[in-house]
Design a protein around this ligand. Sequence first.
Ligand code: CC7
Ligand code: ZN
Ligand code: ZN
Length: 245
Amino acid sequence: MSIQIQMLGTGSAFAKRYYNNNAMISTSKQTFLIDCGITAPLAIHQIEQSFNDFEGVLVTHLHADHIGGLEEYAFQMKFLHQRRPKLFIANTLLEPLWEHSLKAGMTQPGIDCIEDVFEVIPIIPAQAHEITPELKVEWMETPHIPGKQSYSLLINDTFFYSADIRFQPDLLQSLVEQGVHTIWHDCQLEGEGEVHATIKELLTLPPSIQSKILLMHYGDTRPEWDGHTGPMPFINQHETYSIRP
Ligand SMILES: Nc1ccn([C@@H]2O[C@@H]3COP(=O)(O)O[C@H]3[C@H]2O)c(=O)n1
Ligand SMILES: [Zn+2]
Ligand SMILES: [Zn+2]
């Protein structure tokens, strides 16, 4: 059974056309969110799904376009569905997520800590974790904002889903050498790549790597870039992609 992945949104943090870059990843039995940003609750509603359709969420890092929807997710699950969804998060990000993001809005009688609303599965980075028998994920620390931890996801050893990541040609080369056949990469269309890889940078990669890359987390000017990204296609919001083993 192949893994299916569908983006709730494919936009950058400031994009308005494409929603936040958040995904739904499905095995034969369960669906998980990858990140849950500010626009995730509306995006889920618009495709006539519910937070209750998901087993849990895999978190890459703590920017609001990746975690800004977690408060609503947790409240909806507690008050509408009476269930704690699974929260897979690097152990280094757990305390900051609660203390610096969720605590102010969520503390109330019956909610004193993050475990009151999520079934927390702390992840040790750089180790493979069996999320389900069909889904093995390694959280790989990758550079984004200096001094802030961020984790890309290596899925079933062959599919790399970048969190937000600066241009890392050596990492991409070594992933391909290790057998990664598909790379979903965030990108920045205009300007310098301070915290994301730019299209200009990605176009300097060898063709053997570019041919494995699909682009996500892009700005609202995407239509101007169609046909200007070499062999790297843009991933489309809502389209279902099968990830081969
Ligand atoms: N040095 C920085 C830091 C952040 N940013 C923008 O803020 C956004 C936060 O979410 P993101 O998706 O990581 O994208 C970041 C940049 O757009 C930026 O443009 N320059
Ligand atoms: Zn982002
Ligand atoms: Zn980010």
